[in-house]
Design a protein around this ligand. Structure first.
Ligand SMILES: Cc1cc2nc3c(=O)[nH]c(=O)nc-3n(C[C@H](O)[C@H](O)[C@H](O)COP(=O)(O)O)c2cc1C
Length: 147
């Protein structure tokens, strides 16, 4: 079975009043369907943009992406990267989500302004790394104090 990882970014079309409940709904639905499709990954949301990493079997990614492309809750979807993988980066996450972040936003915006290829690859790696850090969770305070 071929495993792939896909990263896309998109623009939110969620109204301000509904944004929190809508994202919560997307994540809740994703947990169920992604489990059935054997997909894992992470969703980043900046308030303006989504960035999502999906990993799993090619057919599952195709199937979910055709739903995601038709979803009116976002628009202007750009597939930034799609590559075969040996191992999952988010094996335990049906869909990790950690709230809006301005920090993430900077990296998404960098990707959007069609940078040269090398810059794009760096931004992709950055976002994947960032999502992974979020999914692992905060470090205990004592580790931060140790020098
Ligand atoms: C930014 C964004 C991310 C989404 N991520 C997922 C996901 O990981 N898994 C999922 O099942 N649905 C996800 N959805 C919802 C799908 O677009 C779609 O509504 C859902 O899978 C039901 O598909 P259907 O309408 O074709 O039945 C996401 C929607 C948005 C706007």
């Amino acid at each position: 079975m071929t495993l792939e990882r896909l990263l896309y970014i998109s623009e939110s079309r969620l109204g301000e009043a509904e944004v929190n409940s809508s994202v919560a709904q997307i994540v809740a639905d994703a947990q169920i369907r992604n489990a059935a499709l054997e997909l894992t990954g992470a969703l980043l949301f900046t308030g303006t943009y989504f960035a999502q990493i999906l990993e799993g079997p090619t057919e599952s990614i195709e199937q979910l992406m055709s739903s995601i492309k038709d979803d009116p809750r976002h628009a202007n979807i750009i597939i930034v990267d799609r590559s075969p993988i040996e191992m999952r980066r988010f094996p335990d996450w049906k869909m990790a989500y950690h709230g809006p972040s301005e920090f993430v936003s900077r990296h998404v915006v960098r990707l959007l302004h069609s940078p040269p290829r090398s810059e794009q690859r760096r931004a992709t790696e950055w976002l994947t790394e960032l999502a992974h850090e979020f999914s692992v969770g905060p470090l205990p305070i004592r580790n931060l104090n140790r020098s």
